[in-house]
Design a protein around this ligand. Sequence first.
Ligand code: ZN
Ligand code: ZN
Length: 201
Amino acid sequence: MVDAKDFFDVGLAFHGHKCPAMPLGLRAAAAAMNTLGVERARDKELHVISETGKGHAAGCFLDGIMTATGCTYGKSNIEKLYYNKMAFTLVDVAGKKAVRVSLKPGFFARMLQSPFVEERKKGVLPQDIPAAIADPLVEKVMTMPEEMFLDIGPLQDYVLERKPGVFAAAPCSRCGEMVFVDKLVESESGPICLGCRQQEA
Ligand SMILES: [Zn+2]
Ligand SMILES: [Zn+2]
């Protein structure tokens, strides 16, 4: 069984500040991993499809999910759908199974009324919110029963289509920088990178 607490310290160091949303991601990820019966991904054994977006409250949720699942942008086993919803699907690639986990609507609505979010609305940076406000909320998130805040979907069959990795790179004929060949595009002066093509447009 995966325990979200085991990932708290690394999650905090990675995320950068103490807030309730990153730990919510740890808990939701642990619930998804336990439903699938999987461990943290060392390579691309797992894949996350997150429905969160950018520029909305509680986006920190995804850093908790990345920390616990090992699905990271560096490994490219994560994608965002930008639905601006507090939900994600975790795929067990070899097992060809997936589960969708979301925050319960009532819980999330109440969370948006929390003193932490009130401070954020006033413009206080998350790292400047007093521990007297942040700590009890984080403690609550890390200890409350899953059924109080998570909707955990059924196990679904899921086949993830994945292209083989690209190992070949060649220089752009304009800037000279190395580019993985699948993103070199033809131009009158030879193959160029997308950055140079952007400048030409
Ligand atoms: Zn945060
Ligand atoms: Zn170039």
